[in-house]
Design a protein around this ligand. Structure first.
Ligand SMILES: *[C@@H]1O[C@H](CO)[C@@H](O)[C@H](O)[C@H]1NC(C)=O
Length: 216
């Protein structure tokens, strides 16, 4: 019993540096050699921290999401280990011509978005009364997306648009509605029943979207 209590106290000290409260030290650079815990990564030994842990090159190749003509660079997780524990994450998103970030929600963070270049239409829908707030944004504009609400944005110009989003969570999450509905393993008949779409439509959408997950 006493041993268990001792272990529990030891464990809570162990978890302290990356609890959801503010850090009790200057930073806690992610130790990417160890696996992530629900509260983030453990800290890399201070002697091994370098300026590169707080840096992400602008020359990095973005990850593409084919059907939507968009690509993105996450500025968190293994891409920016120094952000661990700072309750912060960022993302660069490039929207090609006709590029769309389809209806989705960011379950764990608010977002403030800055338009680096281009023109885009953005919007979100409230959870209580489905009120829609939309706006056309251009270079230098800023837009806020409250946590968890369904939201979207798409390129409204004839050049590539680029935005930078900042989240108040080091692992903001992403759930794209189309993948949630049509990229899951439920049979088409069940998806049809719970969405009121026809089985034929669901089958077509399942073929188009296929299984897909987005992790950090
Ligand atoms: C995707 O974006 C690129 C870059 O802006 C553009 O050249 C291309 O035409 C776009 N594709 C479609 C299908 O609109």
């Amino acid at each position: 019993m006493a041993k268990n209590v001792f272990l529990l106290i030891l464990l809570s000290f162990f978890l302290l540096p990356f609890s959801s409260l503010a850090l009790t030290q200057d930073f806690c650079v992610a130790n990417l050699l160890l696996s992530q815990t629900p509260a983030g990564y453990q800290c890399k030994p201070a002697a091994r921290v370098t300026a590169n842990d707080f840096y992400l090159t602008g020359a990095i190749r973005p990850t593409t999401i084919q059907p939507f003509n968009i690509s993105f660079v996450p500025a968190y997780g293994s891409y920016l280990p120094g952000i661990n524990g700072l309750q912060l994450a960022g993302v660069r998103i490039f929207l090609g011509v006709n590029g769309v970030v389809p209806l989705h929600s960011i379950p764990r963070a608010n977002e403030i978005m800055f338009v680096v270049r281009g023109t885009l239409n953005v919007g979100f829908i409230t959870s209580t009364s489905n009120v829609v707030y939309t706006k056309t944004l251009s270079q230098g504009d800023i837009f806020l997306f409250p946590q968890g609400l369904l939201r979207f944005f798409y390129n409204a110009g004839d050049t590539t648009a680029e935005v930078f989003g900042v989240f108040n969570n080091q692992n903001p999450g992403l759930q794209i509605t189309d993948y949630a509905l049509f990229g899951n393993i439920l049979p088409a008949e069940v998806v049809s029943k719970v969405t009121y779409l026809s089985v034929a439509d669901v089958k077509g959408l399942k073929r188009f979207f296929g299984p897909r997950t987005f992790g950090a």
